[in-house]
Design a protein around this ligand. Sequence first.
Ligand SMILES: *Cc1c(COP(=O)(O)O)cnc(C)c1O
Length: 378
Amino acid sequence: MSISDPTRTIPNEDLTRQYAMIADEIMAAVKAVLPTGRYTLGPFLAAFEKEFAEYCGTEYCLGIANGTEALHLALAACGVGPGDEVISVPNTYAATIFAISYVDATPVFVDVDPDTLNMDPALIEAAITPRTKAILPVHLYGHPVDMDPVLKIAEKHGLYVIEDAAHAHGALYKGRKAGSLSHVGCFSFYPAKNLGAYGDGGAVTLNDETLFERLKMYRYMGQKVKHQHEFVGFQQRLDEVQAAILSVKLRHLDAFNAARARIAGRYNAAFADLPVKTPVAQPYCDRHVYYMYSLRVDPAKRDALRDWLVGSGIGIQVIYPNSIHLQPAYQRLGLGPGSFPVAERARDEVLNLPVFPELRDDEQDYVIERVRAFFGAV
Ligand SMILES: *Cc1c(COP(=O)(O)O)cnc(C)c1O
């Protein structure tokens, strides 16, 4: 094995590079908002909502304060409440599952497909009970869930489907965008997401007008008419400055996603002969947007490879290192280790390599060289 280069550091994510590239456009957007004196529910939010709905191919979009609240408000607006069950997956960010708890419903987990690590539609029906109200799949790492079978089961049982599209801005399933495939799509604009604000942000995308009107009221204190509170709503709006910034960044999203996919393609080719599993886009996936590039290795070697790469100056993430069903927060569900073998094994296999759009070719080459060197392949 060749030795690491102590002078190199390659971040897992570096948001300063993108900012430097688009700083003029961003500052122009901020400067357009600040003198107006209007900082919430104004024209910049309305414009972004129209643009993002158009981008996703939905009738409506509402800007929400963050992605967690997008999920929470979507569940609330669908009428999910105490005693209800929502089917989701154990290998996701805590926000997906916490949102279910925020409406006092119970999360019910199903295991995932061993190739995509997304919700396995074949396991959904066995998890449905008379209390099931919704299905909440996650387009993990930017690869869409196989939605047709999910939607078919939902229709048969009269369930809502809410997509957690926080990793999947621009991802395509059978030609259609993530976020447009179900009753409500939920997005996060956390800074490191494929489309990120300079602060917190989120959105819901949908086609149903009644649901849209309800979500709008949930977002703003249960009001349809100002000062008239129909129910206990929330205060979870996306602000004008972030909306203006997101309008700028939305214009670059396809290029950013293409850059991520190009890097992923280079990694896949470079690792093809190694004893690792690289991400594969399924036939129904017309665009994988690589929020994460997840290399999967034998769990017995995973931590050694991580340490080797970190020791070489390469930023590595492991998402998500702890299964949500095994967290103290969900001890009451009584789900022990081994409940979801595919998701739990994948948790111990994955390493997330740097894949952000501005990662330079020479940096990619170095990542490739270091991974290959670990396996004695040079
Ligand atoms: C980022 C993320 C969220 C929550 O988004 P925030 O904007 O951080 O609240 C929800 N689900 C998944 C899968 C995420 O990655």
